[in-house]
Design a binder for this molecule. Structure first.
Ligand SMILES: NC(=O)c1ccc[n+]([C@@H]2O[C@H](COP(=O)([O-])OP(=O)(O)OC[C@H]3O[C@@H](n4cnc5c(N)ncnc54)[C@H](O)[C@@H]3O)[C@@H](O)[C@H]2O)c1
Length: 250
């Protein structure tokens, strides 16, 4: 899809990669709006980028429907590019054994539920809304799902790995189901990228994580944007995951 035809919605646009993607869509000549649950972040990002932002929780069915309505109104036509970027981490071992007391602490189900809701149910709800509206108006559309290298399985990330693997699998499913309507679905699986999510990891832990990266550093959000732009632009790309991870395998 040509950038001057794009009406993009970026979820989780008030921070990190979402802010970068929103900014880059605008710079490329596309129309773009973003959403986030962070009320202050939405207002600050909206002011900083000069792009309409909406407060919405991607895991809430009604809020997602209202969001697509508001986005279409703001851009003068239905959303035709969706970037399913909003995501959270709530890491921890399935069972943690206290070194001193030997007490066993099971991973809380609430943290499992939170991560699955935002990182998997959210993209499902947004994809469904995009597809419904695009098929109804008979217009082509593209969805870019932001998965992660953790889709391969990562210690301490039962919830996050399951959600990101699920999202990679659904990228294939949705591409198979929706191709006949002119809807393409791709995914990007980033490695470690310099955003608040990664900056929240203690420095000594991050150093350990980055050591096995063949390119020897974390990625920049702009480098992940290159893959998002490719998926939006390449009309023969669908149902696949682009891995942008400095060569890291976990
Ligand atoms: N940073 C990395 O190294 C990395 C690596 C691989 C994948 N990812 C994925 O990339 C995406 C962006 O990550 P980031 O590092 O920029 O994170 P970030 O924490 O900087 O930004 C995520 C944004 O999503 C928003 N958000 C959270 N829950 C939401 C909800 N229910 N509805 C709407 N918005 C919500 C947050 O408020 C935040 O603004 C995530 O899906 C993340 O899992 C990140």
């Amino acid at each position: 899809m040509k950038m001057n035809k794009v009406r993009a919605l970026v979820t989780g646009g008030a921070s990190g990669m979402g802010t970068c993607f929103t900014e880059q869509f605008k710079a490329a000549g596309a129309q773009v709006v973003f959403c986030d649950v962070n009320v202050e972040g939405v207002s600050a990002t909206q002011d900083a980028l000069g792009v309409p932002g909406f407060v919405a929780d991607v895991s809430d069915e009604e809020q997602v429907a209202a969001l697509f309505e508001q986005a279409a109104f703001a851009m003068g036509g239905p959303v035709n590019v969706l970037v399913n970027n909003a995501g959270i981490i709530r890491d921890g071992l399935l069972i943690k054994k206290d070194r001193e007391t030997g007490a066993l602490k099971p991973f809380p189900k609430s943290k499992w539920d939170q991560v699955l809701a935002v990182n998997l149910t959210g993209p499902f709800l947004c994809m469904r809304e995009l597809a419904h509206r695009a098929i109804e108006s008979d217009v082509p559309a593209v969805c870019v799902n932001i998965s992660s290298i953790s889709k391969a399985g990562a210690r301490g990330q039962s919830n996050y790995a399951a959600a990101k693997a699920g999202l990679a699998a659904d990228t294939v499913v949705w591409a198979q189901e929706l191709g006949r309507y002119g809807i393409r679905v791709g995914a990007v699986a980033p490695g470690f990228v310099r955003t608040p999510m990664v900056e929240s990891v203690p420095a000594h832990v991050l150093e350990k994580l980055v050591k096995p990266v063949p390119l020897g550093r974390v990625g920049e959000p702009e480098e992940i944007w290159e893959a998002v732009r490719f998926i939006v632009s390449c009309e023969y790309f669908s149902g696949r995951v682009v891995e942008v991870d400095g060569g890291l395998r976990i």
